[in-house]
Design a protein around this ligand. Structure first.
Ligand SMILES: Nc1ncnc2c1ncn2[C@@H]1O[C@H](COP(=O)(O)OP(=O)(O)OP(=O)(O)O)[C@@H](O)[C@H]1O
Length: 260
């Protein structure tokens, strides 16, 4: 299988402090991958970089022929504002905003598809509800309906089941598995290791730097999890981004500019 997204020595920083450091590897087309790692390991940052919200400080992301519209991205619930006076139906329709004609009008067909997507996630009849009046689980169902409508080739989910009831988690997990069976590439940041082991064949384990990337049963070993924790604890939050590759000597030591 060829890679649909490839990371080449990727480093992503916030004000020169690396959050993701020198990660290389590829997501095979049609793969189902969990991104796991301790708190603050750079998982959300990595998703944001893949979808193009953050630019690499070093290295690159090869997305081949894919464009922004080929990516469906569900941010962490904490990053989504729900106070907008917008209905469930309009939220789902945002999944096809690119189809909207002049004056932001959608076709009757898109309206039909939105209703169908809401029915698939078990929310028929909720079209006119205000999104602020939904439970956390219902709102997550709405966001999954939006992803359904978007029909993306690569779907990125950031902790999609955190603080969601069991029934909703099961229903939405089924959708994730169906997307993958349809040939879509799915990448999900997950905290529940049992979920990772049971449903996600591939895992990318990070602690700012790569701990392991491959078959879940190999990567999620006790030794790797201990290593990830130790790497995260050792990480210096104040560390500055390292010098560009060409400024390293053969021993891998950064060459500093001579003091003036
Ligand atoms: N907008 C930001 N500005 C500055 N630093 C940030 C920003 N977002 C994240 N960071 C820092 O980048 C590092 C990685 O954060 P990130 O959210 O990517 O980790 P994570 O693995 O998703 O964490 P968690 O599991 O706790 O959600 C952390 O040190 C965090 O404080």
């Amino acid at each position: 299988m060829s890679d649909i997204v490839h990371l080449n020595n990727l480093t992503v920083t916030y004000e020169r402090h690396p959050a993701v450091h020198h990660i290389s590897g590829g997501f095979a087309a049609g793969s189902l991958t969990a991104i796991a790692g301790p708190n603050g390991a750079g998982k959300s940052t990595l998703l944001k970089a893949i979808v193009g919200e953050l630019r690499p400080a070093e290295g690159s992301i090869d997305r081949g022929v894919l464009t922004r519209n080929d990516f469906g991205y569900l941010p962490q619930a904490a990053d989504i504002v729900r106070r907008f006076p917008i209905s469930v139906a309009d939220t789902v329709m945002l999944g096809v905003w690119k189809n909207a004609g002049a004056f932001g009008r959608f076709s009757r067909e898109d309206g039909e598809r939105a209703r169908e997507a809401l029915s698939i996630v078990g929310l028929s009849g909720f079209e006119n509800r205000h999104i602020g009046a939904l439970s956390a689980g219902q709102f997550q169902r709405v966001l999954f309906a939006r992803l359904l409508l978007q029909d993306a080739r690569v779907i990125l989910l950031d902790e999609p089941f955190t603080a969601i009831d069991q029934r909703t988690t099961r229903d939405l997990l089924d959708l994730v598995l169906q997307w993958n069976q349809q040939g879509r590439t799915v990448i999900a940041v997950l905290h529940d290791f049992e979920q990772v082991r049971s449903y996600f064949p591939e895992t990318l384990l990070i602690a700012r730097e790569l701990v392991g990337w491959g078959k879940t049963q190999d990567i999620m070993s006790p030794a790797n999890l201990i290593k990830a924790r130790a790497m995260a604890e050792r990480w210096d939050e104040e560390a500055e981004t390292c010098l560009p590759e060409e400024q390293h000597d053969e021993d891998g030591l950064a060459k500093r500019e001579p003091a003036e």
